[in-house]
Write a protein that binds this ligand. Structure first.
Ligand code: PHE
Ligand code: ZN
Length: 881
């Protein structure tokens, strides 16, 4: 814990390491009351470092140093300095062996970084800087070494001992102990090191690679979860095949392992050959996991697997390059999900997250470029900007180059940099070299923070048959960055005629109209561009930024007629959905704070058409029926009044439900489960439609809906339907049914932590069941656990992030509640505390009545004694803007 200001690290100050480590020999002695770590490094001076007299500086955090020896000779205390976070040895030869012995206490490790215990098992988390909590080491990703790891532990409590690579030796020791030795042939940065020791069962399978090698696949879980690994295993095999086919990437070791742990700060971790997963991102069964969970698990298994190439074989030079591996890997996993599911639906989901949460981050006090220029605490930079915007940047390169040149570029990147620690610029350079395209201006996407705004205007010249489209771009100021340059933006569009026909886009008057494409990707590079489309006999309706071809805001004066037209005619499914969202946003916004209340009947008609259109892809219909979320409406408005937005949205929802009651009932029945349960896009869409219908019916307290929900809750053969019914009841005014449903559900699933997390969330996100006193009661519930990040997220995180009307209670109680919980957590798990505080950091955006209260909650956190570096950075940066 620090009380003074943490140091800022700058990209511009990057220096190559003065020493390299070729190999690491580790021996872990694991005991109930701690662990002794013996580490022997073979070190040599880096020939590329100019600093020939540099001392050897190793990072360490919360370590008890027991022994240091150089080339086998114990060092006198005067020969080194232990500064608390570094071990500095000033006189070392050009090449040598260093042995360090440390003592650590995994059972007291509540930060969940380094080696810690989770439900009795030992596990590690080393990204970004956790390895220094295990032993002294140059803990930076550009130091890559070969690891050999021997684990010794009690045979009965830790029958399974795992680390990276292949197991090369095992045997029994005295006192009921045993050991296993692992060897990883691939040099890797320390953040990819992993160790697991515990009482686990394994699910085993094999995969034959494209070159005919058999890979041993294993998922390790606690015995009670043995039956919940099948989906993750299938997802793994699909990912392995896909990476061979889409990127030509074959798996490299002989064994690939996944371990599920209950206490984990993030979703999952790509450690070489030994991925460690948050249980909620790997365990699934029909009875306990929703469709959303199934899809999430598939995507995360794929993501971590894909890291084996984009992240592990080619890694990051420093943490400013984090998006090199994360942006690219998210792009890869989202293409995978699109390929194995519905591409349009996947795009809608990705864009929803981006526009709701990443745009908000880009507009807030922590806004940073995809490649940041400075940070205080790197764990604060595992953000939507690094991941999601980073993926959009790679997607734009894909759009600009086309699939073939993009693949050529990725082949070149992997070939050129295999085994290296590189930069985002190296990635772009490989794309340039393979394609011959100049991406100089495009690089601004990595350097400039903020979401570009495209303001579009148009005019039709009937006489000459020309449609003119003018697009102006500007990139807003962000903390520390002003006067930004125009960026290189791929802008996909189409034009529609009055009957919905796709019009040819001829940019020259001489072109033969008929052969012109009906969709184009315009490349914007200047602050303003005007494009002329020739040979048009009518004023077209523009379909702009198709597939969301760039992460930008588009401002265009759409009329409601145009939006309704696009909703039913745009050949681009994504833009159909987007037109529907824009229409709903427009209708809701026009009602915010307005005393008279009349919902545009055209919105009702549009939704009625959707509900009864069985010809349209039902997965798309299911998405189109979701009204824009409160969070998105808030993001879109300036100085939002949360309560007014909440009321307007609820009114529109209630009006739609009342007007469409019969259609909703028909939709519910039409989409009743048919045949055996399966997780296919069609059946997912069916369940989604059915549960949306149910939710809407209960919104208006429809007794038939209530009976159907109660029935479904008891009869459902899967968690999606069960949860759909529970959620609908919880969000209704049927108080008796709600509490009955909640207690029956808990009774039934109390022994399953992942289901209990969902049970918490369904309440914390509900303005009926999740008002502050109820949230406080949940924190006292026996199943709540302050040491478990999932439980904290499912109550506190969901309340502040999703139950917006309750969190933004005008009396400020939600804010001080969050402040209290953040302070409390900061002492045990600062990473989670710094994430949880995010909603408060957006204080400046809100209407004055809210923002002053939010600000004072932040100030109270700032004044906490012993504020962690994590929280210090976030709180100070958001108060300083
Ligand atoms: N690298 C992990 C992923 O995105 C995320 C992670 C970061 C996990 C830091 C733990 C700690 O795949
Ligand atoms: Zn990742």
């Amino acid at each position: 814990m620090r009380t003074n200001q943490p140091k800022t690290i700058y990209l511009s100050e990057y220096k190559v390491p003065a020493y390299l480590v070729d190999s690491v020999d580790l021996r872990f002695e694991l005991f109930d009351d701690g662990a002794r770590v013996h580490s022997t490094l073979s070190v040599r001076r880096n020939p590329e470092s100019a600093d020939v007299s540099a001392p050897l500086t190793l990072d360490g955090d919360s370590l008890k140093l027991e022994h240091v020896a150089l080339n086998g000779e114990e060092l006198a205390a005067s020969a080194y300095e232990d500064t608390g976070d570094q071990l500095v040895i000033s006189k070392v030869p050009a090449g040598f062996e260093l042995t360090v012995v440390t003592w650590i206490e995994p059972h007291n490790n509540t930060r969940l970084e380094g080696l810690y215990k989770s439900s009795g098992m030992f596990c590690t988390q080393c990204e970004a800087q956790g390895f220094r909590c295990i032993t002294y080491f140059p803990d930076r990703p550009d130091v890559m070494a070969r690891y050999r790891t021997r684990i010794e532990a009690d045979k009965s409590t830790c029958p399974v001992l795992l680390s990276n690579g292949n197991d090369v030796d095992r045997g029994d020791l005295d006192n009921g102990r045993h050991f296993v030795t692992w060897e990883d042939p691939f040099p890797k940065p320390s953040y990819l090191f992993a160790l697991v020791a515990g009482d686990l069962v394994e699910k085993q399978d094999t995969f034959t690679t494209c070159s005919g090698r058999d890979i041993d696949l294993r998922i390790y879980v606690e015995p009670r979860n043995a039956a919940k690994c099948e989906h993750a295993m299938d997802s793994l095999k699909r990912s392995m095949r896909w990476d061979e086919e889409a990127y030509g990437r074959e798996y490299d070791l002989d064994i690939f392992m996944i371990v599920a742990v209950d206490d984990f700060n993030m979703g999952a971790m790509e450690n070489k050959g030994l991925n460690i997963f948050n249980s909620s991102c790997v365990l699934a069964s029909q009875e306990t996991a929703t469709d959303l969970a199934f899809q999430r698990i598939e995507a995360i298994v794929a993501h971590e697997y894909f890291h084996n190439w984009s992240g592990n074989r080619v890694t990051c030079r420093d943490w400013f390059q984090l998006s090199l591996k994360e942006g690219f890997t998210v792009f890869r996993d989202s293409t995978f999900s699109a390929d194995v599911g519905s591409p349009t639906v996947k795009r809608i989901e990705d864009v929803t997250l981006l526009r709701t949460a990443q745009f908000a981050e880009d507009a807030g006090p922590m806004a940073h470029p995809v490649r940041p220029a400075s940070y205080m605490e790197i764990t604060n930079f595992y953000t939507l900007t690094i991941y999601e915007k980073g993926a959009e940047v790679v997607r734009m390169i894909h759009t600009l180059l086309g699939p073939d040149l993009f693949r050529k570029g990725s082949d070149l990147y992997f070939e050129r940099h295999d085994g290296q620690a590189v930069t985002t610029d190296d990635f772009v350079k490989a794309m340039e070299d393979a394609s011959g395209r100049d991406l100089t201006q495009f690089r601004l996407w990595y350097e400039q923070a903020g979401t570009p705004v495209l303001t579009v205007s148009d005019a039709y010249d009937a006489e000459r048959g020309i449609y003119r489209l003018t697009i102006q771009q500007s990139v807003p100021d962000t903390p520390g960055q002003t006067d930004k340059k125009p960026q290189h933006i791929p802008f996909a569009l189409g034009l529609l005629g009055a009957d919905g026909e796709a019009l040819p886009l001829s940019l020259e008057s001489t072109a033969d109209d008929e052969s012109a494409p009906t969709e184009r990707v315009l490349e914007l590079t200047e602050a303003s561009h005007t494009f002329e489309f020739h040979g048009l006999t009518q004023k077209p309706v523009p379909s702009l930024l198709r597939h969301f071809s760039a992460p930008v805001r588009v401002v265009y004066p759409w009329t409601r007629e145009q939006l309704i037209f696009l909703m039913s005619h745009d050949p681009d499914g994504f833009n159909r959905w987007d037109a529907g969202q824009r229409l709903a946003v427009d209708v809701i916004q026009s009602l915010v704070g307005s005393p008279d209340f009349e919902v545009d009947p055209r919105l009702v008609d549009a939704y009625r058409a959707l509900l009864s259109d069985s010809a349209l892809d039902q997965a798309l219909v299911a998405k189109m029926l979701q009204l824009p979320s409160e969070a998105y409406l808030i993001e879109l408005s300036e100085s939002p009044d949360v309560a007014a937005i909440h009321r307007a949205r609820e009114k529109v929802l209630a009006h739609l439900a009342t007007s469409l009651r019969d259609e909703l009932l028909a939709c519910f029945h039409r989409n009743a489960g048919a045949g055996a349960y399966e997780v296919s896009p069609e059946s997912i869409a069916r369940r989604s439609l059915r549960n949306t219908a149910l939710a809407w019916l209960l919104m208006i307290n429809d007794d038939t809906g209530r009976d159907l929900a109660v029935q479904q809750l008891s009869d459902a053969d899967n968690m999606t339907d069960r949860m759909g019914a529970l959620r609908a009841l919880v969000n209704s005014d049927y108080a008796a049914e709600r509490s009955q449903a909640l207690s029956d559900f808990y009774e039934r699933f109390q022994d399953d932590p992942q289901v209990v997390e969902q049970w918490f969330s369904v309440q914390s996100s509900s303005d009926r069941a999740g008002q502050l006193p109820q949230i406080q009661a949940l924190l006292k519930h026996p199943a709540f656990d302050w040491k478990n990040p999932n439980k904290i997220r499912s109550v506190v995180g969901v309340f502040a992030g999703q139950n917006l009307a309750a969190f933004h209670n005008p009396d400020g109680s939600g804010y001080s509640f969050l402040g209290d919980q953040v302070c409390r957590l900061d002492d045990s798990n600062p990473q989670i505390a710094a994430r949880l505080v995010t909603p408060l950091t957006r204080w400046q955006k809100f209407a004055p009545a809210y923002s002053s209260l939010m600000r004072s909650a932040l100030e109270r956190i700032r004044d906490k004694t012993g504020l962690s570096a994590d929280l210090y950075e976030v709180v100070h940066k958001s108060l300083e803007v």
